[in-house]
Design a protein around this ligand. Sequence first.
Ligand SMILES: NC(=O)c1ccc[n+]([C@@H]2O[C@H](COP(=O)([O-])OP(=O)(O)OC[C@H]3O[C@@H](n4cnc5c(N)ncnc54)[C@H](OP(=O)(O)O)[C@@H]3O)[C@@H](O)[C@H]2O)c1
Length: 264
Amino acid sequence: MSLEKKVVWITGASSGIGEALAYEFNKKGTLLILSARREEELVRVQSECENWEETVKVLPLDLENTESLQKKADEAIKLFGGIDMLINNGGISQRAYAVESKMDTIRKVMEVNFFGTVALTKAVLPHMIEQKSGHIVVISSVMGKLGTKYRSVYAASKHALHGWFDCLRQEVYEHQIDVSLVCPGFVKTNVTVNALTADGEKHNQMDDAQQKAMKPEEFAKRLLPKLANRKEEIIIGGTEILAVYLKRISPSLVNRILRKIKVT
Ligand SMILES: NC(=O)c1ccc[n+]([C@@H]2O[C@H](COP(=O)([O-])OP(=O)(O)OC[C@H]3O[C@@H](n4cnc5c(N)ncnc54)[C@H](OP(=O)(O)O)[C@@H]3O)[C@@H](O)[C@H]2O)c1
């Protein structure tokens, strides 16, 4: 499918993977709506895009404020007269032991990663059903398939996305709407810097694994053709993604390996 002149709405577009996706789609002549909380960062990304005055709009939103998202979706639809693809990418991670994590922190991660994503998708779906086409993309994680230390609620939020969107895919098939779940391995972004500690503070450290990981630009380049082909499940990363495939054959072996290796 050609991405030229399609309208793509990206959340979490103010940094990392979302920012890199914005530039990659911009190169393909896509019409873009960029969302996240920090408007000044969205404007920075917008101004880095070619021909941005006509092709890139900024729409700040907070995924934690689920009540506000229907109004945001209505505004987004008006910007270019429709939405062809919604990329649910905005999210936060966690670096804390499960036993120490406060319930408020656990709820916050679920609120942003799961409830925010679900609420935004629900707000856009009636429009896609009416136009009889659409593509919902979810940036999950290999942590949507596995479990390691320090990421209990992050993994829970990503696993929950798989359940919800796998069911949604079956329901919207008859409306010509596709659902793609994307599982990145390690990508070099500020995701661990922005991750929440047990108390809900910023972790403020980049993990070694992130430091050495694939650049977001490479990730975006590899992802776009797969989205254009509307693949249902997409796994992109380094050797860490082998654990996802191995788990299908021997979950207990993968659990033993993940217990021993460094996961930060
Ligand atoms: N990097 C990796 O290794 C990796 C691996 C697997 C999956 N992922 C997933 O990839 C996605 C993007 O993360 P990233 O790696 O690019 O990290 P990042 O640079 O920290 O980006 C996170 C993005 O989410 C936005 N965001 C956070 N809280 C939000 C909220 N309440 N409302 C709206 N937007 C919010 C942030 O923007 P504002 O702060 O401006 O709101 C930012 O644009 C996340 O869903 C993450 O779980 C990343």
